[in-house]
Design a protein around this ligand. Structure first.
Ligand code: NAP
Ligand code: MG
Length: 498
């Protein structure tokens, strides 16, 4: 059971005044014209209110989009290196404020404090990559068809971009959208997930401090229907960078297509770890368990399926259970905690429903799956990470995204069947393969139907590598790496005659 001793994080939180936070529009903190606010509470201490936020509406969205459109006139003309300089300062500020930002992130989202700190540091890295890209917005120059002509392609910033994010990575996801947008000369209206708006307020403060001009980045907090939907529909919004569920992503894509607005969609996943051969089962288990249960399994790139050959199954399952027993479930601030609460009770209910479906379909719980509600656990939505076996590829738990700490084991005969099972889902985000055979590794990397593939390690991405999915896991340009240029800019072909 978690101890109730106050730590630095809880002490810091208890010293904060519970504030009403505004929207950030055109460089000003403003109340919504709705006149309404809503509160959020600490996900591991439900009786602790963290703050009040604007329950915004279409009028607020319109004001923010118009401010962003006006600011675009100036920002798009700022030389790339100067835009990059602002982002370098922003990255430094993220690092300087990492401790407090991590406290806020852990409080609203629930993830372990070490993970929250890691997320802030990762956001700084990605912001720096974006800053550097502002110096390198390249085009091509080709010879002309006639001797006194040459021809060039240049890239122009897209315009006002809507950024819409989910609740699982409330620091790195917005930074992943805002930093490249600014680097390439776009302006932004950002809508965070309703359950995690506090970190976004801090991000706006740091962006302003870094020297981002008024109107270049705007924050509008509120529901998907009253803020997200009008934002997606606004004619001045030229592109929508959305991270969230596949079903919502498809709706947004349809609306955007109606006016030829661009989309960058990062959606769900059902990511496999294919285990064919190894020297050390313990090491493989370590990597799978950490990639499966980071952020309590609420990651789009979480490993949620282990596909293992018959001959290795017993040994690997045992190693997985051993590793899972090392997980410590508890509140973010407690020493040694690796698995925080789920985002809320409603989400816990949906994870529990999947466990019931699994047992009805004939799967067996090998480890975990218990809901924890005794004592201090009653202050959050806690569940012990679960491992299921006797799972077949047709079962719902083998196909659908659970978005929680549930890992299923699927047994296969050989590497051909492993690949078939790996590809036998609608999603195509990330995959891992564990093998010492070079040919098999290359074959798998080539033939697995995912946007990202990791050989001999878990599904953890780097801060400069293109990030995205195929099939129902994404559409549009990959984010993070150089590929962002495809989304945030438009091409122009220029012919010079002299
Ligand atoms: P979600 O329900 O799809 O919501 C994502 C965002 O869209 C939230 O800000 C939400 O606002 C907003 N929204 C809701 N309705 C909208 C509408 N009609 N128009 C425009 N925006 C609307 O996703 P979630 O539950 O927050 O997150 C879990 C999902 O995200 C999972 O499927 C996960 O796989 C996916 N995800 C994908 C990636 C990736 O990079 N591929 C990364 C992380 C998460 P409210 O909060 O107000 O509802
Ligand atoms: Mg949702």
């Amino acid at each position: 059971m978690p101890s109730t001793t106050l730590t630095d994080m809880q002490e810091w939180l208890s010293q904060q005044e519970v504030k009403v936070h505004g929207n950030y529009i055109n460089g000003e903190w403003k109340e919504s014209t709705s006149g309404n606010t809503f509160s959020i509470c600490n996900s591991a201490q439900r009786d602790q209110v963290l703050g009040f936020f604007q329950d915004s509406n279409e009028e607020d969205v319109n004001e923010a989009v118009e401010a962003a459109a006006e600011a675009f006139q100036g920002w798009s003309q700022v030389p790339g290196p100067d835009r990059g300089a602002v982002l370098y300062r922003f990255a430094d500020l993220l690092e300087e404020n990492a401790t407090e930002l991590a406290y806020i992130l852990s409080a609203e989202q629930g993830k372990a404090l070490t993970e929250a700190k890691g997320e802030v540091m990762r956001a700084a890295k990605e912001a720096r990559f974006g800053a550097g890209e502002a110096f390198r917005i390249e085009g091509n120059t080709l010879p002309g068809e006639r001797s006194n002509v040459w021809s060039s392609t240049i890239r122009k910033p897209l315009g006002v971009v809507a950024a819409i994010a989910p609740w699982n990575f409330p620091v790195v996801t917005p930074v992943r959208k805002i930093a490249p947008a600014l680097a390439y000369g776009c302006t932004v209206v950002y809508k965070p997930a309703s359950v995690t708006p506090w970190t976004s307020v801090v991000l706006m403060e740091l962006l302003a401090k870094a020297g981002v001009p008024n109107g270049v980045v705007n924050l509008v907090v509120g529901s998907g229907s009253r803020v997200g939907n009008p934002l997606v529909k606004h004619p001045l919004v030229k592109g929508i960078s959305f991270t969230g569920s596949s079903s919502l992503g498809k709706n947004i894509n349809e609306i955007a297509a109606g006016r030829l607005a661009k989309t960058q969609l990062e959606l769900g996943g059902k990511n496999p770890a294919v285990v064919l051969d190894y020297k050390d089962a313990e090491n493989v288990a370590k990597q799978i368990v950490s990639a499966a249960f980071a952020c309590s399994g609420q990651r789009c790139t979480s490993i949620s399926r282990v596909i293992v050959t018959k001959e290795n199954k017993a040994e690997l399952t045992e190693a997985l259970v051993k590793e899972m027993k090392n997980a410590k479930v508890g509140p973010a601030w407690e020493e040694g905690v690796t698995v925080g609460p789920l985002i809320n009770e409603q989400h816990l209910d949906s994870v529990r429903e999947y466990l019931e479906i699994a047992s009805a379909e004939g799967a067996r719980v090998v480890y975990g799956g218990e809901t924890l509600s005794e004592g201090a656990y009653g202050q959050g939505a806690y569940i012990v990470p679960a491992l299921l076996d006797q799972v077949t590829p047709e079962m719902r738990v083998a196909k659908e995204e659970i978005f929680g700490p549930v890992l299923v084991v699927l047994e296969v005969e050989d590497k051909e069947e492993a690949l078939r099972v790996a590809n036998n889902v609608e999603y195509g985000l990330a995959a891992s393969i564990f093998t010492n055979d070079l040919t098999t590794a290359y074959q798998f990397a080539d033939r697995v139907e995912t946007g990202m593939v990791h050989v001999n390690h878990g599904t953890a991405s780097a801060a400069h590598m293109p990030f995205g999915g195929v099939k129902q896991s994404g559409a549009g340009a990959f984010s993070i790496g150089k590929s962002n240029v495809e989304f945030f800019t438009e091409l122009k072909s220029v012919y010079f005659q002299y």
